[in-house]
Design a protein. Structure first.
Length: 245
């Protein structure tokens, strides 16, 4: 069952090497996002799960193991995460990199616990029902499951680029942020896939997989960060089991 979850964005610039010479001094907003992601992933490990599942949008549904590699070559950046042929979509490439920073993944284990790692791509345009079913199935794969959902919110908030801005984007992002802060799986489950393209949302499918995994489970939510330094909204959140009184 689901015992912990985190939501993180997947911009390539989260990975320092992708910034080049500025890697040691990223923009403050981006540094805040990265720091929040680190805390969210560390919280997953602290929950001592038997399985950590990283979920991210891709061109097709596909399951990978923890040794799969990814790269940023399609963005013109010579960065590879892992060894071997890069096969991971961007979402899982950044997700695997975040796990590595926390000492989790191929060739590494979190301190004091040997979690299994699953990398799962969900079709970017999968229906809500399919996402919810996938999440429920993942939650049943181990007694204690932690889920890292990778995905950006709207990219339609840029005000200085003609044809990009959409007045609905801010409301959409604000409502998703509220649902994540409240650990409201039902609200996430009702997101409309049709808005993915209209508002340039990359995280909806992964969020709905999280909703399916959390169905019937009481969780406490925390919004760690909300920023849009490049006209794209990045959300970082943590869900955990309620603490016993």
């Amino acid at each position: 069952m689901l015992t912990a979850a985190a939501v993180c964005p997947h911009p390539p610039l989260l990975i320092p090497a992708a910034i080049g010479a500025a890697a040691s001094d990223p923009p403050p907003a981006l540094r805040a996002v990265r720091d929040a992601c680190d805390l969210a992933v560390q919280a997953l490990a602290a929950a001592e799960p038997d399985l950590i599942a990283v979920i991210g949008g891709g061109a097709a549904d596909r399951e990978y193991d923890a040794t799969a590699a990814g790269s940023l070559s399609e963005f013109g950046v010579a960065v590879t995460v892992g060894e071997g042929e890069p096969v991971l979509p961007l979402s899982l490439t950044v997700g695997r990199w975040l796990l590595g920073r926390a000492g989790i993944g191929a060739g590494a284990q979190a301190p004091g616990h040997g979690q299994q790692v699953l990398l799962e791509a969900v079709h970017q345009r999968a229906s809500a029902d399919d996402c919810l079913k996938l999440g429920a199935a993942i939650a049943e794969r181990a007694p204690r499951v932690a889920l890292l959902a990778m995905g950006d919110a709207s990219a339609r908030r840029a005000r200085d680029t003609e044809g990009v801005s959409d007045p609905r984007a801010q409301d959409y992002d604000d409502e998703v942020a509220e649902a994540l802060a409240a650990a409201d799986a039902r609200w996430l489950g009702r997101l409309d896939p049709a808005l993915d393209g209209e508002l340039m949302v990359a995280g909806r499918a992964a969020w709905q997989v999280l909703a399916g995994a959390a169905a019937g489970t009481r969780m406490c939510g925390r919004l760690r960060c909300m920023a849009n330094p490049y006209g794209v909204t990045y959300l970082v959140a943590s869900w955990e089991e309620p603490r016993a009184d």
